[in-house]
Design a protein around this ligand. Structure first.
Ligand code: FAD
Length: 404
């Protein structure tokens, strides 16, 4: 009998296991995959992820991983003006001074290994059902690495099993609606010119509303990709691969890809966006990370929010154990803490995602920022300080830009 069963060992699950250890909870971490395993992603670890890794004393380890250190973010507009936000050496920037791009095959393996040092884990364990005793959750049923069915018991289950969460499905909370889900493709390349310590987000007209990313993934490799809302992707008569080819071969990018070679066929996956507040708890369970639909609608980042969710969920699980109260009411505190923490930012990002539909606005802001240090510094302050991006969606921000 464990205190908590964590289903899925991506960033949400492995982080949850690390917090469980800190709180003295006896948990087991399960994943259907055997690590190291790939996860389709842009591989960028920014503000929030860095903050939590620091809190968990993981940063030194992350710095040693194959990947790139990031201290600059480049924003490109539909008309191809661009500006850089420097994460280092900026007066507004005394908090987050760097980010990282680490291929998920490496990063998730690192996190999983850290969790494995401290808690019980099972790889190759495919959870396929939830089990109940007297209407209360009492564990999960799954197929272990030897192909045998096994039952594990705990009064609390954490669904950290990603965008297609079996736990969310079994509990009737799975939502994959077109409006609140995005789809993105990734492709690793080698030989792309002009990679350095910056991540690049280009709001190009070929993929509207969405962006083309170009990240240095370490060892001379690049992680490139594009993402669109499911609704917008459905309206397209081009596939995402065709759109990405168009961008790579466009006048603006062609020279950088002259000697480049894709290292794989582009691969895609869904991103459940945090555009709406979902219910992510109930009698004996909580949903975390992509299973809870926490991806930032504007930036497409989900690792940081998955890690934040892990911290809150484990604190609530610890309280539940102390009070021997595994009721829905007890776990409602999780949704409350989570939304108090990231709800404001998700709401702002939802507004920004809508604003980014306008090429005019994107050109306006990015052109101004390219020419004006004050605007650069406002945006840089917002990104590095992690202050709510609210200002970005307020009319005052645009007035300030107009007057600057
Ligand atoms: C193309 C793309 C680009 C992205 N770029 C970025 C980025 O640059 N930065 C960023 O922060 N975010 C990015 N994201 C989002 C990010 O990948 C996710 O938000 C993040 O992986 C969520 O972590 P998670 O732990 O919730 O789920 P996952 O990372 O999906 O992990 C879920 C785990 O559950 C396991 N699992 C699933 N089903 C079962 C089962 N039945 N039994 C046992 N185990 C199971 C899986 O094997 C997996 O290991 C991107 C997403 C996509 C698709």
């Amino acid at each position: 009998m464990y205190d908590v069963i964590i289903v899925g060992a991506g960033p949400a699950g492995s982080t949850a296991a690390l917090y469980a250890h800190r709180l003295g909870l006896n948990c087991i971490l399960l994943d259907k995959a055997v690590f190291p395993r790939d996860k389709i992603c842009g591989d960028a670890l920014s503000g929030k992820s860095v903050r939590l890794m620091r809190e968990l004393n993981l940063l030194e380890g992350v710095e040693e991983l194959e990947g790139s250190e990031i201290n600059r973010i480049t924003f490109g507009s539909p008309s191809h003006s661009q500006f850089d936000v420097h994460l280092k050496g900026n007066k507004n920037n005394d908090y987050i001074t760097k980010g990282y791009v680490v291929p998920r095959k490496i990063f998730d393996n690192f996190l999983f290994k850290k969790a494995d040092e401290l808690t019980e884990t099972r790889q190759g364990f495919m959870v396929n059902d939830i089990i109940y005793q007297n209407d209360n959750i009492s564990g999960v049923k799954g197929t272990n690495i030897e192909g045998k069915e096994e039952i594990l018991n705990a009064p609390v289950i954490m669904g950290c099993d990603g965008a297609n969460s079996i736990i969310a499905r079994k509990l009737g909370l799975y939502e994959m609606d077109m409006e609140n889900t995005a789809v993105a493709i990734r492709c690793y390349y080698e030989g792309v010119e002009g990679l350095s310590n910056q991540i690049e987000l280009h709001y190009v007209s070929e993929v509207k509303p969405g962006y083309f990313w170009l990240f240095p993934a370490g060892n001379g490799k690049a992680n490139i990709g594009i993402g669109l809302s499911k609704n917008d992707a459905k309206k397209e008569d081009r596939t995402l691969r065709q759109i990405m080819d168009e961008i790579v071969q466009s006048d603006y990018f062609r020279s950088r890809f002259g000697n480049a070679r894709p290292l794989e066929k582009p691969v895609g996956w869904n991103l459940p966006l945090g555009r709406i507040q979902r219910k992510n708890h109930g009698n004996g369970f909580m949903l975390l990370g992509d299973a809870a639909g926490l991806v930032d609608p504007f930036t497409g980042e989900g690792i940081g929010n998955a890690m934040v969710a892990a911290k809150h969920a484990m604190q609530v699980a610890s309280k539940a154990k102390n009070h021997k109260d595994y009721s829905e009411r007890s776990f409602s505190e999780y949704d409350q803490l989570l939304w108090d923490d990231i709800g404001g930012e998700l709401r702002t990002s939802t507004k920004l995602q809508s604003l980014a539909r306008s090429s005019f606005l994107l050109n306006f802001v990015i052109n101004r920022a390219a020419r004006n240090e004050e605007v650069q510094s406002i945006i840089s302050g917002m990104l590095s300080h992690e202050i709510p991006k609210d200002e970005l969606s307020s009319p005052m921000f645009y007035l300030k830009i107009l007057l600057s």
